[in-house]
Design a protein around this ligand. Sequence first.
Ligand code: COA
Ligand code: AMP
Length: 641
Amino acid sequence: MSTYDESYQAWRDDPQRFWADAANDIHWDKMWDTVLDTSAQANGSWFAGAMCNTSYNCLDRHVEAGHGDRAALICDSPVTQTKKTYSYSELLEEVATLAAVLEGKGLVAGDRAIIYMPMIPEAAIAMLACARLGVVHSVVFGGFAAHELATRIDDATPKAILLASCGIEPGRVVPYKPLVDAAIEQSSHKPDACFVLQRPMEVADMTAGRDHDWADSVATAKAEGRRADCVSVAATDPLYILYTSGTTGQPKGVVRDNGGHMVALNWSMNAVYGMSAGDVFWAASDVGWVVGHSYIVYGPLLAGCTSVLYEGKPVGTPDAGAFWRVISEHKVKALFTAPTAFRAIKQQDPDGTLIGDYDLSDFTMLFLAGERADPPTVQWAEDQLKVPVIDHWWQTETGWAIAANPAGLGLLPIKHGSPTVPMPGYDVRVLDDAGHEVAAGTTGSIAVKLPLPPGCLPTLWQNEGRFKEAYLEEFPGHYKTADAGYRDEDGYLFIMARTDDIINVAGHRLSTGGMEEVLAGQADVAECAVIGVADDLKGQLPLGFVVLKAGCDRNADDIERDCVALVRQEIGPVAAFKSVIVVKRLPKTRSGKILRGTMSKICDSAEWKMPATIDDPAILDEITVAVTERGYARGTSGKRA
Ligand code: COA
Ligand code: AMP
């Protein structure tokens, strides 16, 4: 029996005991009454009755234990050519001071604060300062536009917004303040205060009475010796809300609790990633995504590790050797990123020539997640780096790995294309449409038998109804992951596709339904469809099809340009929506359902069958001609089976 088998079996034998044991590594202000209270919520509540503080466990606990001088955060920004390291004591000082500033403006436990910031230390400091007060933070990724931010402001109703004046993308400065101002203008809810971190590349105009200069506020609090203490909150209280794409333009507000989240992340740092206190861990993602929440900020700090926060890209800042520089300079033990980052590096440095310029002797493992790790990319990374390359599968909703190859429990043999096996806590089932388990090798919907382990979402923000409908109703007694795949004879999972209209663009999760809502609002568009098509670099890219209103006599090129601009304006550059085609008609079933799946297959040159229920088969021929002529089909267009 492997250590993994023993661990998984120990969890199966007594799940509550397993997690209670893991919870011993966390400091609790008051111990729990029940490890799992199944009466409270559809999905149960972990560590009900316990009181705790996440910021205390990330910072104070380590300082009090004598580790204040250990590096907590290494901030490396090739785009500003700056580097700065915060020890645990220094980070605690910054967090406690910013928390005092927020407290001074009336923020109390249970209030919400939106954080709209690039990859700079103040983003992590803001998250931890909120956690210190029990203020629920909601970080919004900087690549989202004002409208998306407005939707989140109205849903989370924040008392404050913490922002930086700008983000920096290679070759351009992205002013954030005008986006925040426009979002507040659009939203019904108005925050009381904004704290603006002025960066020298772009100094933002301030709105009198509402906006406060971050640096001045912190300097004043420091001069006055003000530091906020940790506020003890219930383990079941929300730590943060993170919005993620749903099937409509209205994103889902995934809620994370305090207690279960700490237990799960702390356990995962060692069991899944093989990290111990003092090790340097680098998640090359963004604090706007769940990877950034779990493995740039909370996980590494809970475990007493050193976390790298990187403001740059895998390529172009300045070259495809950027990752190797960071690994060697900061003695990174394990890197976690999305496969797309490696595809980008491979594209620019196919022979890995730049790797030889750096000393990677401290580097032991590469973890990939966020999208399917395609075997050629995994193989390339293995060949170049000569370390285990570990795929693992999870979602914003779960907050940590559903399936992984657990480095800390002893690696199992790696199979390319598989994120390996379920982690303790997850009873993964592959189901047919009727909810019955399918045989090994057969593809089905992947579900997790309830209850979900600690760390997973207890609900959606103020929308238990949508939570149940989206995740729990289709397969009663299970959580629906909305991923499809299969399990092989050895019990390895293979995650192949989404079962909904979510697409994955450069590791970013996007809703084609949301893009369709935007296109439908364009004045000339009568109806539309957006599909994901395969892309060698980003995994998938969105492609739009629009049918014009009768009588529209505008030039198709102009309309296509307007559509692209509108999606960028409404959703943001992160949508990478650059391709749209005006077509005469959309292929539909007789009941009017647009055949998006068949259109995707045609573009991807995959084999497809003429749907039996199609209304007019000729339309698919028109689509095939259109995508082929415009170069949106891979090679020859799709083959009809
Ligand atoms: N603020 C403002 N704009 C942003 C932004 C931010 N924080 N992040 C991205 N954007 C913009 C980009 O500038 C780009 O704009 P453009 O259309 O004008 O070029 C657009 O959003 C798309 O960005 P991105 O998806 O990052 O594509 P890219 O071409 O700039 O880079 C990769 C491609 C593969 C290098 C990049 O996606 C990457 O590093 N991925 C790593 C994986 C990752 O972070 N995954 C997250 C989950 S683990
Ligand atoms: P997000 O919520 O942004 O983390 O996206 C989660 C989705 O990304 C999952 O539901 C999957 O569709 C996809 N995904 C993440 N990791 C993997 C993986 N290792 N293999 C296949 N798909 C993945």
